[in-house]
Write a protein that binds this ligand. Structure first.
Ligand code: FEO
Length: 139
């Protein structure tokens, strides 16, 4: 099963974003654990809600800075955020219909974790570099 732990190779060079990514990873892990151990409907929905809320908060933080600094990669980056949000919404629907199935557990591990790692490694790092060049620094 795919697992994820923060390590410094995921750093985009901007502390604000790195800290949010760490929290996002924790929330995905919480959800994954809750589903894996079939923690029950309420607990799983709660962890899923936490993840969704935090994802919205994180994406809006990045997009706010992109707009403020006229980041040229805003549109494709925002599109990726929207795709991720759409998939999370579908997971909620699947879960509400089918409960904590193995398929759902696999979707969380393969899709959410792989997506996040790929997104951080490619598109978020580009944005991080842009922020550094703009003098945003590590704070
Ligand atoms: Fe860190 Fe673009 O999400």
């Amino acid at each position: 099963m795919t697992e994820i732990e923060w390590n410094d190779s995921y750093s985009v060079g901007i502390d604000l974003i790195d800290e949010q990514h760490k929290m996002l990873i924790l929330r995905i892990k919480d959800l994954s654990e809750a589903v894996k151990h079939a923690r029950g409907l309420e607990k799983i929905l709660k962890t899923l809600d936490f993840l969704i809320d935090y994802t919205e908060f994180h994406f809006s933080t990045e997009e706010r800075h992109m707009k403020k600094l006229d980041y040229p990669g805003l549109v494709p980056h925002k599109q990726q955020h929207e795709e991720f949000t759409f998939t999370l919404d579908r997971l909620v629907e699947d879960f509400e219909q089918d409960g904590a199935t193995e398929a759902l557990s696999n979707s969380i591990n393969t899709f959410l974790i792989n997506w996040l790692v790929k997104h951080i490694e490619s598109i978020d790092k580009k944005f991080g570099k842009f922020l550094q060049e703009k003098g945003f620094g590590k704070n």
